[in-house]
Design a protein around this ligand. Structure first.
Ligand code: V47
Ligand code: SF4
Length: 361
C-alpha cells in the first residue's frame, strides 16, 4: 500500500500513533507547512497555547576530555591552550550569581577529565546545594555517568545513589547524538554505544530520576537514522516514562572535523521539519524543546507554530554550541524569552526543571 500524507494526517488527527515508515514519509514530505500544521494540532491538544521556559545557568566545569568526538569543538587535552577546569570556588561563584539572577536550575556538564577524582563531582553537587537547597541540579549526561562509575569503581546504580545523595536532581539529555551504530561509529567512536546510552538511561529512570533526551542532527545521518533514533527513545519512554522532553540539537559547523560537511539535511527548514516530525512521532513525550542556542532565537520563535512548547532557559555562558560557532547570544534574559514567546502568539510559562509551573506571564 502506498502511504500518503493525508492518511498519516488522518491517523494523527484521530489520536493514533504513527509508524517508522510514516515518520520517514513526513520527513520527506515536500510541504513543510502541512507538517507544521499537524504538529501544531498535536501540540495544541497537549499544551494549548502555553510555552515553557526556565531561568537557569550552565556550568561547563571542564573542557578537558579523553574523547575526541568528531562534531565537538569544545573538548581539549589537558595541556592544550584554552583547556580549563573550574575549582569549587568557581562553581560556587557561578551558582551564587545564578541564584541572585533568579535561577531555579543549574545545568552542569563537562568533558571526561582524565584526572579529576569522583570526590570532585560529589563536592561540586554539594557546593551548589550549599548555595541554596532550592537550586535544582540537572547534571551529567549518561556518558559522564558511565565514566564516573568507572572512576568510582561502582555500579551505575550505586554511582547514581551517591550522586543523588550529594544533590543530583535530574539528568540532561546529552550524549545521545545518533544512536545507530553505523553513524555513531563515525561520529564519536570513543563514546559509549547507543545501546549503552539507552541501558544507563533505563537505570536512571529506575532510580527515580527524570531525564531529557537529545538528538544531534544535520551531519552524516539520513532521515532513516533520525527515525531509528527517535524510535528507540519512544520505545524506552513507553517502558519508563522517565523522559521529560525531546531536544533535537542542530549541528554547529565551526572548529570541528565534521564542519566541512555540506549535509543536504540542514538549515532553518530542516530545523522546523525535525521539531515538527518529533512532535508528531513522539506521542509519549509531553514536551518538545527548541534549543535557541543551536537554532537561533528566530527559528526558535517560529518553531512555536511547528509543535514546540519549550524554549529551554536563560542559559548563561553556554560553551558547547558557541565553541562550534553558534551565532546566538550567550544568554537571554527572562524578559527576553517572555517577549519572544508572546510575540510568537503564545503564553509564556516559567517552569522548574521538573516541569512544575512557577509563573504564567
Ligand atoms: O551531547 C556537541 C551536542 C550536547 C555540538 O537536557 C553539539 O535540557 C551541535 O545535551 N553542534 C550537549 N551540538 C548539550 C546538551 C543539552 C543542551 C541543552 C539542554 C539540554 C537538556 C541538553 O551538545 C552533546 C552533543 O550532542 N554538541 N557539539 C555541535 N558542534
Ligand atoms: Fe568529550 Fe563530550 Fe566533546 Fe565528546 S562531545 S569530545 S565526550 S566533551
Amino acid at each position: 500500500m502506498i502511504l500518503t500524507f493525508e492518511q498519516i494526517a488522518a491517523t494523527v488527527r484521530a489520536g493514533g500513533r504513527i509508524t517508522d515508515d510514516e515518520a520517514l514519509l513526513l520527513f520527506q514530505h515536500h510541504d513543510l507547512l502541512e507538517i507544521g500544521e499537524l504538529a501544531a494540532l498535536v501540540n495544541e491538544r497537549k499544551n494549548g497555547k502555553r510555552v515553557f521556559f526556565n531561568v537557569n545557568r550552565h556550568i561547563n566545569y571542564t573542557n578537558v576530555c579523553v574523547n575526541r568526538c568528531q562534531f565537538c569543538a569544545f573538548s581539549k587535552s589537558g595541556d592544550e591552550v584554552g583547556a580549563y577546569t573550574y575549582d569549587l570556588d568557581e562553581v560556587r561563584r557561578r551558582a551564587q550569581e545564578a541564584l541572585a539572577q533568579g535561577a531555579t536550575e543549574i545545568h552542569i556538564v563537562g568533558g571526561l577529565h582524565p584526572e579529576l577524582p569522583f570526590g570532585y563531582y560529589l563536592e561540586m553537587l554539594r557546593t551548589v546545594k550549599a548555595v541554596s537547597p532550592e537550586l535544582h541540579v540537572k547534571a551529567f549526561t549518561v556518558v559522564e555517568i558511565d565514566y564516573l562509575a568507572g572512576l568510582a569503581r561502582l555500579s551505575i546504580v550505586d554511582t547514581l545513589t551517591e550522586l543523588q545523595k550529594a544533590g543530583l536532581g535530574s539528568l540532561p539529555g546529552g550524549g545521545a547524538e545518533i544512536l545507530r551504530k553505523e553513524i555513531r561509529d563515525r561520529l564519536c567512536p570513543e563514546k559509549i554505544s547507543g545501546e549503552r546510552w539507552l541501558e544507563i538511561m533505563e537505570l536512571v529512570h529506575a532510580a527515580g530520576l527524570k531525564s531529557n533526551a537529545t538528538m544531534l542532527y544535520g551531519h552524516l545521518e539520513s532521515y532513516a537514522d533520525r527515525v531509528d533514533h527517535m524510535g528507540r527513545l519512544r520505545e524506552l519512554q513507553d517502558r519508563t516514562g522517565g523522559f521529560q522532553v525531546f531536544i533535537p540539537l542542530s549541528f554547529q559547523r565551526e572548529n570541528n572535523p565534521l564542519g566541512h560537511l555540506k549535509s543536504p539535511l540542514s538549515g532553518g527548514v530542516d530545523d522546523l521539519r525535525t521539531l515538527a516530525v518529533a512532535r508528531i512521532y513522539l506521542d509519549n513525550f509531553a514536551n518538545i524543546k527548541a534549543y535557541w542556542v543551536m537554532v537561533g532565537e528566530k527559528i526558535a520563535q517560529v518553531s512555536l507554530a511547528f509543535g514546540v512548547n519549550d524554549l529551554d532557559g536563560t542559559v548563561v555562558e553556554e560553551k558547547i554550541g558557541h565553541d562550534a560557532g553558534a551565532a546566538s547570544p550567550q544568554a537571554l534574559t527572562r524578559d527576553g524569552i517572555v517577549d519572544l514567546i508572546r510575540k510568537g502568539g503564545k503564553i509564556p510559562v516559567e517552569r522548574d526543571t521538573l516541569y512544575n509551573e512557577l509563573r504564567v506571564y
